[in-house]
Design a protein around this ligand. Structure first.
Ligand code: SF4
Length: 363
């Protein structure tokens, strides 16, 4: 998965570097900084996006690790916070926005995690309820066998009451995570779930659907809440039945989830060239798309609404207490699919509750 490890001069003295290199069985290549990687390595790669995914760049991050998820213009926000400690991912999904978003192709991993924990402790002590995760610019557990970072972060965060930490992944790497039963915080493992056809065509290097399902049962056994993300829902011949079958499979393992998010495939115009060049077998761009108010292309609105109605109906029937929400969809989609006042449904309180709301409720 990783075939070269680069270490910046700033990171060289951190013991975490040795730990990672030992696990990987690779000798570190010392470079001055990330610019040196860009100028001396990345520039000469025939396939910078693909090869960069096999290069791990260990660095020290000087800025703030923690931020509110920016959501997207005009869409309903689910009040989620993100930790940017790793950027980029060894997996290779055709729909991954990182392909057109990142300006450095190696996987950048910050080894100064004590600084991260100091920053988080201040945040956790201030908030009575906070839902956060590491899976915005990376897969939270893809590099777990090398870095053990998910374990370290979970061990730290789970000791704070009111903290809900989600590790979001397409791997099956949950076995080294700590047992979180009877801890003050809540640990959640979230999987992106797709029908087997999408996994095999669009998600290179990831765990299979069966492996993800089996891992979700093992995680539940250690006390983790389980979340599933049907995101992106991809349209292909027979997709409706495939996703409805998938819902059956998910709830045959778990009666109730901590949450489930839904979102149709959408893309920024810049992603299209990457999909066409790098994934000739992909079915991603075969549908009919329309440009939306946020500049992204989405499947035609009536088709999205029609299918989401079927999907939500099925989920609610199988697990009425599972909070289901849309990621990056506007209020009109919410109204048309979930019904008016859906956002006030008490089932969604754990997802959409804000600090101010908590105080009002006397939590
Ligand atoms: S697992 Fe996530 S971060 Fe990794 S390539 Fe796929 S979409 Fe991108």
């Amino acid at each position: 998965m990783i075939d070269r490890i680069f270490v910046t001069e700033a990171a060289e003295s951190y013991s975490y570097v040795e730990e990672i290199c030992d696990r990987a069985g690779l000798r570190p290549e010392i470079i001055q900084d990330d610019a040196a990687y860009r100028n001396d390595v990345e520039r000469f790669l025939p396939d910078p996006v693909g090869q960069g995914k096999r290069h791990l760049l260990l660095d020290v991050f000087k800025g703030e690790f923690f931020r509110k998820c920016p959501g997207t213009k005009g869409k309903v926000c689910c009040n989620y916070y993100v930790i940017d400690q790793t950027t980029n991912c060894p997996f290779d999904c055709s729909y991954c926005f990182l392909q057109s978003y990142l300006n450095l192709r190696a996987i950048r991993f910050a080894v100064n995690i004590e600084d991260l924990f100091r920053e988080l402790e201040i945040v956790f002590r201030k908030h009575r309820f906070i839902r956060l995760g590491t899976g915005e610019l990376a897969d939270s557990l893809a590099l777990e066998p090398l870095t053990g970072f998910g374990r370290k972060l979970m061990e730290f965060a789970i000791e704070f009451p009111g903290v809900v930490l989600e590790l979001k992944t397409k791997s099956a790497s949950v076995d080294k995570l700590p047992d979180v039963r009877n801890k003050p915080g809540r640990g959640v493992i979230g999987w992106t779930m797709e029908p087997a056809r999408v996994v095999s065509r669009e998600e290179r290097g990831t765990a299979t659907l069966e492996e993800r399902l089996a891992a979700s049962s093992r995680a539940a056994g250690k006390g983790y809440g389980i979340a599933f993300h049907l995101d992106p829902v991809v349209f292909f011949p027979g997709f409706e039945d495939a996703y409805l079958d998938l819902v059956d499979q998910l709830f045959s393992r778990h009666e109730k989830l901590d949450w489930m998010s839904l979102a149709g495939f959408r893309y920024e115009p810049a992603l299209k060239g990457f999909v066409e060049d790098r994934f000739p077998e992909s079915e991603l761009l075969d549908g009919e798309f329309l440009r939306c108010s946020d500049g992204k292309f989405r499947y035609l609105f009536p088709e999205r609404i029609r299918f989401f109605r079927r999907l939500v109906k099925k989920v609610k029937k199988m697990s009425p207490k599972t909070p289901v929400y849309f990621c990056m969809e506007d209020a009109r989609t919410w109204d048309l699919v979930m019904g008016r006042n859906a956002l006030k449904d008490p089932v969604l309180t754990p997802i959409f509750s804000r600090e101010g709301d908590n105080e009002k409720q006397g939590m």
